[in-house]
Design a protein. Structure first.
Length: 409
């Protein structure tokens, strides 16, 4: 155990919670302490740095805490993030979200308080920052890196859609939970001879619907990358149901999927977060209602009822699976390797099954999508794959799927 302090490393988690965040924090903290560093956990993502009061006498316990091995060992086996999280964006802070002690300096409707963030990092004595998040959280990290903050980033998101890496923390647990819960719901669908419509995560990328379907969890799936016709889906599901001895059929629906009959995605409301995103939700309800209405046309005049379920936070909650316990450990140690080698401005990654890193600017580059012509049968509304030889572990999530032009390959 090192007894000298080489510097201070700060860790934060931003955006949605996923299983695997606490193992990542644990791995970074233990390695950093044993290398001789002090470790701070920034609370509530970027919000902890927004709300910090630069006064030694101020109570900043809601904004950061010092991390020890005993603290992270207790949390490391659990889901979520014990540092907590938010969708705060310091470069686009609404006036109502500006903390009271800064209210007289930032009076616009939308404020960029990045100068305060830089001073707050200096006040805390932070020498290196390791943010864990999706492309929204990490895009602001890239901004700080451009201003001179030494940063090594770690990608996480349920959708697995952060550019620059084949894998993001949280994805495996999401796929595992989706398969488990879909199989559990089959009992109700089969008992009543109904369609089973399950809405899953996936705003722009359909990996969380495609991979469980490939694993046998569903008969069909609809994804954001390909607008589909509801009549075609109905015909396919009636066919699936009537050839199933238990008389039911299953479709997984990405929350960002769109119907050709309706323009755009389906949202819960008009409110947006600080990154400009409206909350998705409700496409499963629309599909379920349409299937019930259209089913007589393809089922000899007889209507087929629907079991309709949005999985939502069920796939975010609970402990991480094996993959999301192992990969965060590796990512955390890789982040420390980069930091110790003075390779800042990098994001740890997996590239075709190998641990690697890319410039953090990659998160603002080409988006990551399902390559439709390569992996999605638009006639059958289900995955296709020609050969697994040489493919990465999660098959459809490798580098070749980045970018809209690649999605059309």
């Amino acid at each position: 155990m090192a007894t000298t302090t080489k510097g201070t490393i700060a860790i934060l988690t931003g955006g949605g919670d996923v299983p695997g965040l606490n193992p990542a924090i644990r791995a970074i903290t233990i390695r950093a302490i044993r290398e001789g560093y002090r470790v701070l956990g920034i609370r509530r993502g970027w919000a902890g740095l927004v709300d910090l009061v630069r006064d030694p006498a101020a109570d900043n316990s809601d904004n950061y805490r010092e991390l020890t091995e005993s603290i992270v060992n207790r949390a490391g086996r659990t889901g979520g993030t014990f540092l907590h999280t938010s969708r705060t964006r310091p470069s686009h802070l609404p006036r109502g979200r500006v903390p009271e002690h800064l209210a007289d300096r930032y009076t616009d409707d939308i404020n960029d308080i990045t100068p305060e963030i830089l001073e707050n990092l200096q006040f805390l004595g932070v020498d290196f920052l390791i943010p864990i998040g999706g492309d929204d959280t990490l895009s602001y990290a890239a901004r700080l890196h451009s201003l001179g903050v030494p940063i090594v980033a770690v990608p996480k998101t349920m959708d697995n859609d952060v550019p620059g890496t084949d894998y993001c923390i949280g994805f495996s647990t999401c796929v595992t939970r989706t398969i488990e819960l879909t199989h559990a719901l089959r009992t109700s669908a089969g008992s009543h001879e109904r369609f089973l419509v399950i809405e899953v995560f996936g705003r722009y990328a359909g990996f969380t619907a495609l991979l469980p379907t490939m694993a046998g969890a569903a008969d069909r799936c609809v994804i954001p990358e390909y607008p589909f016709e509801i009549e075609h889906l109905t015909e396919l599901l009636v066919y699936d149901r009537n050839r199933n001895p238990s008389k039911y059929a299953v479709v997984l629906v990405s929350e960002g999927a769109t119907l050709t009959e309706h323009e755009g995605m389906v949202y819960e409301g008009e409110e947006t977060d600080q990154y400009g995103h409206r909350k998705l939700g409700g496409i499963g309800d629309k599909i379920a209602a349409a299937l019930k209405e259209l089913s007589p046309k393809y089922n000899n005049g007889r209507r087929i009822d629907v079991v309709n379920q949005r999985l939502g936070y069920l796939v975010r909650s609970g402990d991480p699976d094996a993959m999301d316990s192992i990969v965060p450990m590796a990512f955390g140690n890789l982040a420390l390797d980069l930091l110790l080698d003075e390779q800042h401005g990098r994001m740890v990654s997996i590239h075709h099954g190998h641990y690697d890193s890319v410039p953090i600017d990659a998160v603002m580059g080409e988006k990551k999508f399902v390559a439709v012509k390569r992996y999605y049968n638009t006639e059958r509304l289900r995955p296709i794959y020609h050969s697994f030889n040489g493919m990465p572990l999660f098959v459809m999530t490798a580098e070749g799927t980045w970018g809209p032009e690649r999605a059309a390959d």
